[in-house]
Ligand binder design. Structure first.
Ligand SMILES: NC(=O)c1ccc[n+]([C@@H]2O[C@H](COP(=O)([O-])OP(=O)(O)OC[C@H]3O[C@@H](n4cnc5c(N)ncnc54)[C@H](OP(=O)(O)O)[C@@H]3O)[C@@H](O)[C@H]2O)c1
Length: 289
């Protein structure tokens, strides 16, 4: 298999590469905007999904594409659509022209029409993938933790460790399905190397879906720290994050709030059945300190 991997230099891509490289008969090539090869041991094509002219040479002799590249945090809503939606369309068009057969899209459980710009851009990209003439597979990871990440669930656990008060956006009844990065990696490698998959969508969440309140309680129990939860109105938090973000302050971008609150898919049955997916529980993946 001659595999082009976009986004191989990102948080998920960097951790996925070693598992893919172990597979015999898999010849990887990275697509990266960086001029210096990110990994000297892997062939790299310099390219940018927003610049279609750079994609044709990158796809020469490629039969399979694993598309991870995306913009995940931006203060400018338009940029999500440029990279995630238009960039995916550019890549699909280039794949069709180059005779690529299989296309794996790393989407998100948050891909949604009503979840803010990032979610909507991924939702539109999924639609473009489904409309293509390629043998497509869509992977939709939930909230990924583990692998040394300091974001998301790890950030929440870090807060619980340090502070006596835990602010929760809104009522905290929106759903979360935390998944360990190694489980996402195993499922992705399995999907890419399994022959015959086509027109499949796999939600890659944890074994349980829980409300944010429940997740916070579970993490408190794991860390044996019990800060007092206070609920802050979502509209108020949206305003605060927008102002901070416009000033270049704070760790969040505005569209992370609708992304958090929106309705998300949770059914991992298809991945269990066809990929042998068996994700670990939060307590198995997130050991006590
Ligand atoms: N991590 C999670 O928790 C999570 C959860 C659900 C879904 N996902 C999805 O998983 C994928 C990977 O996420 P991540 O967290 O690893 O992202 P990340 O750390 O932000 O990395 C983004 C990657 O995209 C590449 N990229 C960005 N713009 C590009 C462009 N215009 N042309 C070509 N490459 C471009 C970057 O490569 P260069 O800088 O080398 O060009 C980088 O490798 C994304 O599709 C994301 O939506 C992630």
């Amino acid at each position: 298999m001659n595999l082009l991997i976009t986004g191989g230099t990102g948080t998920l891509g960097r951790q996925l590469l070693p598992a893919l490289l172990k597979k015999p008969g898999l010849h990887p090539r990275l697509l990266s905007r960086r001029s210096a090869p990110p990994r000297p041991d892997i062939e790299t094509a310099t390219g940018d999904v927003t610049r279609p002219e750079t994609l044709r040479p990158a796809l020469e002799n490629i039969d399979t594409v694993l598309h991870l590249a995306a913009l995940t945090h931006s203060r400018h809503a338009r940029d999500y659509f440029t990279v995630n939606t238009e960039g995916t369309r550019n890549l699909l068009n280039a794949c069709e022209a180059a005779g690529v057969r299989r296309f794996f899209h790393m989407s998100s459980r948050a891909a949604n029409q009503n979840g803010g710009a990032y979610s909507e851009s991924k939702w539109q990209a999924d639609a473009a993938v489904r409309d293509s003439s390629l043998e497509w597979t869509i992977l939709k990871p939930a909230e990924v933790y583990g692998g040394g990440s300091n974001e998301g669930i790890a950030q929440l656990a870090g807060w619980i460790d340090r502070w006596p008060v835990l602010p929760i956006i809104g009522g905290g009844d929106y759903t979360m399905s935390p998944v360990h990065v190694e489980d996402v990696i195993a499922a992705t490698v399995q999907a890419v190397t399994l022959p015959g998959l086509a027109s499949e969508t796999f939600v890659l969440g944890g074994p349980e879906t829980m409300t944010f309140n429940h997740l916070a309680d579970r993490l408190c129990a794991v860390r044996k720290k019990y800060p007092c939860k206070i609920h802050l109105p979502a509209a108020f938090m949206q305003g605060v994050v927008s102002v901070l973000s416009a000033c270049g302050l704070g760790g969040m971008v505005p569209d992370q709030i609708p992304r958090l609150l929106c309705e998300k898919e949770s059914d991992i049955a298809n991945a269990r059945e066809k990929l042998g997916y068996n994700p670990r529980s939060l307590e198995q993946g997130f050991p006590a300190r």
